[in-house]
Design a binder for this molecule. Structure first.
Ligand code: UDP
Ligand code: MG
Length: 329
């Protein structure tokens, strides 16, 4: 998209970074991000909101030390590990900037891309998100799984399209941040929520770097659980699919019954159907259990939501960030 001339100027910017066991990455991350923020066009006031998601290493301690040294570094320490989606939500709530950029702590999201995102924002985009173009380096199963997941997720949702390959590395305008924090749900599938709130979005293609240190927290089990929560939060077609499957099977059974009766009456043939009975029974009980499982997923989700527990608990908040009086000079 060609960039138009600047129409708005960011007075303040927040970087929101969820951190779980990232102690080895914090120093390079903070140094690189600070360098980038200090050289931004128009010298906006800035803050970094680092959310410690109940790390088991010394991430929390390091964040405490950093915040004491640099008041523009704010640390939100959660009381335990709540998961990335909750940590992001906590960071978004704490952020005070006019523009908020979400990024990972492992330097897969390069801070140097932020000026480009800001340029798009100035040219009136409210959301600037990055789309991964490097999927070929991922394991085969993950690629197939991701493609299938987004295909199913977007199967019936003409109004809200959740873009595949869109990452959490994104810039959000204040309006979008406020809209997101109005959404009360607990099963937070952030990629879906960004799409749900809408606003003018621009996509920039991007190749994430390798993780600086440590390894990904998302393995098959976490990915499966995240996708399940995305499915139940954004589509109800699996419920309908269960009904359609039921109706189809019932019709097939009816047809088969008619055929058996007719062939008995017309030709007097009796079917000695041990196989038919066993296969039929197994198929039916499989379909029934499957439908029950689908139903169960939705009921579980309703249960999670009605409990109304908070999404996360903040144990401590440190640093001052924007509004401290020391920023924006
Ligand atoms: N993260 C988190 N809580 C968790 C798991 C991950 O805050 O329970 C953070 C993590 O510190 C990192 C980001 O989420 O900043 C992305 O995690 P990771 O790099 O493990 O995922 P991947 O890049 O493989 O998607
Ligand atoms: Mg990562």
């Amino acid at each position: 998209m060609p960039l138009a001339g600047p129409v708005r100027q960011a007075g303040s910017i927040s970087l929101v970074i969820p951190c779980y066991n990232e102690s080895a990455n914090l120093r390079p991350l903070i140094e690189r991000a600070t360098r980038m923020l200090d050289t931004l066009e128009g010298a906006p006031a800035w803050e970094m909101v680092l959310v410690d998601d109940g790390s088991r290493d010394d991430t929390a301690l390091q964040l405490t030390l950093w915040s004491a040294r640099e008041p523009r570094l704010r640390s939100v320490l959660l009381s335990r590990n709540f998961g990335k989606e909750a940590a992001l939500t906590a960071g978004l709530k704490a952020a005070r900037g006019e523009v908020v950029v979400l990024m990972d702590a492992d330097l897969q999201h390069e801070p140097e891309l932020v000026p480009t995102m800001l340029a798009h924002w100035r040219a009136s985009a409210d959301v600037v998100y990055t789309r991964r173009v490097d999927r070929h380096t991922e394991p085969m199963f993950k690629r197939v799984f991701t493609r299938l997941f987004y295909r199913l997720l977007n199967a019936t949702h003409p109004r809200v399209r959740i873009p595949a390959d869109a990452g959490d590395f994104r810039l959000l305008d204040r309006q979008v941040v406020d809209a997101l924090s109005q959404l009360p749900e607990h099963g937070r599938f952030m990629k879906g929520l960004y799409a749900w709130v809408g606003f003018r979005s621009v996509e920039i293609p991007y190749t994430p770097s390798a993780r600086a240190s440590g390894r990904s927290h998302y393995r098959l089990r976490q990915l499966a659980s995240l996708s399940l929560s995305g499915m139940t939060a954004f589509t109800t077609w699996p419920l309908r699919a269960a009904s359609v499957l039921g109706v189809t099977l019932a019709l097939m059974a009816l047809g088969y019954g008619l055929w058996v009766t007719a062939s008995y009456l017309l030709w007097g043939s009796r079917i000695s159907g041990w196989t038919t009975i066993v296969v039929g029974m197994m198929l039916l009980s499989g379909v029934q259990l499957l439908s029950l499982g689908v139903l169960g997923e939705y009921v579980a989700r309703v249960f999670e939501e009605v409990k109304g527990r908070p999404l996360y608990i903040v144990a401590r908040e440190l640093g001052q960030g924007i509004g401290s009086g020391r920023t924006g000079e």
